[in-house]
Design a protein around this ligand. Sequence first.
Ligand SMILES: Cc1ncc(COP(=O)(O)O)c(C=O)c1O
Length: 404
Amino acid sequence: MLQIEDFGALSKIETPFYYYDIDLFRRTADLAASLSRETGIEIHYSVKANSDRRLIEMLSSRGFGADCVSGDEIVFAVDCGFRPESIMFAGVGKTDKEIFQALQMGIGSFNVESLEEIAIIGDLAGRLGRRVSITLRINPNIDPHTHHYITTGLYEDKFGISDVGFDGAVTLLRQFPNIDFYGLQFHIGSQIMDVEEVFRLECERVNEIVRIFEANGLTVRNIDLGGGLGVDYDEPDLHPIPELEKWLRTIDRHLVRRPDQKLHVEPGRAMVAQCGTLMTRVLYVKKGENRRFLIVDAGMNDLIRPALYGAYHKIENLSAHYGGGPARESRVYDVVGPVCESADTFGTQRLMEKSVRGDLIAIRSTGAYGQVMASHYNMRPLAPAVYSDRLSEGPRRKDYYSQQ
Ligand SMILES: Cc1ncc(COP(=O)(O)O)c(C=O)c1O
């Protein structure tokens, strides 16, 4: 069950909202920082996983870099304290406007995903009279054993440059005197649980590919192994902090690096998933023909992962646990939202305490790819953030664009 110190204060806040356990987040970030110091593997937080200002300011203040995937993410990351030179700009479809903006801001490197992009960025940088640092994103054709929607490193995925493009990339990089080749980037997928096996395989393949590029006369100054570390969605209380240690030690053991070669990873989900909970309230308990529906006030517009990926999130009735009163019997429910789509379902056939209108329900492990993927579908407002250490301040609406 989610650990809450002040259920009374929490239960007074209007739902739905994202609740962030700041103590757990701090412990996760501190562990990542200390492992990074020990192994020499730098951490670049993948901003797309959760761009809550408070959370990412806590990461920038620990000296992490950032992995950004849009011009606005870069502007926001800098506004939240990340040094521009610690920012990598990734993504298969950067616009000219975003490229110019990133060049002007002096970001660390562009992660380039196609030969065409090398030429475009080289050309645009030339027009500004600037040098530009380029990292090649490689498609290593490795199966990460995860959901096919979040697999990114197989030949059939749209990401990265695969073997057939290596020679062309080397030739192109040489044609642009204003391009500084920085290194290679890999990201094979997300929610990887088979940590030792998959990342060992990835490292072995990366070692081969680094050798190919260096044999062609390019010095790989930086290796970026992407993110992908999975979290325990089934039992978040058993594993509140993901296996950052196993992940970084596996990489440290299997990746061949020269002393002057830099290495970084880009965790997103692993940093934030477990500290977030979507809080919602029971609106109605509806008895269907052969199902009982718990209709809650959060919808797929607040959390789309179950509808999009068939993702599993643990669901708990906090009122039954913390609200006082006698122990409740169990019931099986389909937990659904109010949005006009059958896919607006958070869980089917879940065994829970008997629930009644007004009960506070926790949808666990929603700190990553939760609030950031929210929409106004059905003209519903965006769920705000509430921080465990600032309950009395109440909800805070997101302020991505406050600097513009
Ligand atoms: C290039 C890149 N790096 C890092 C990440 C972060 O992945 P995760 O949240 O699985 O750690 C992603 C996620 O899609 C990505 O595409």
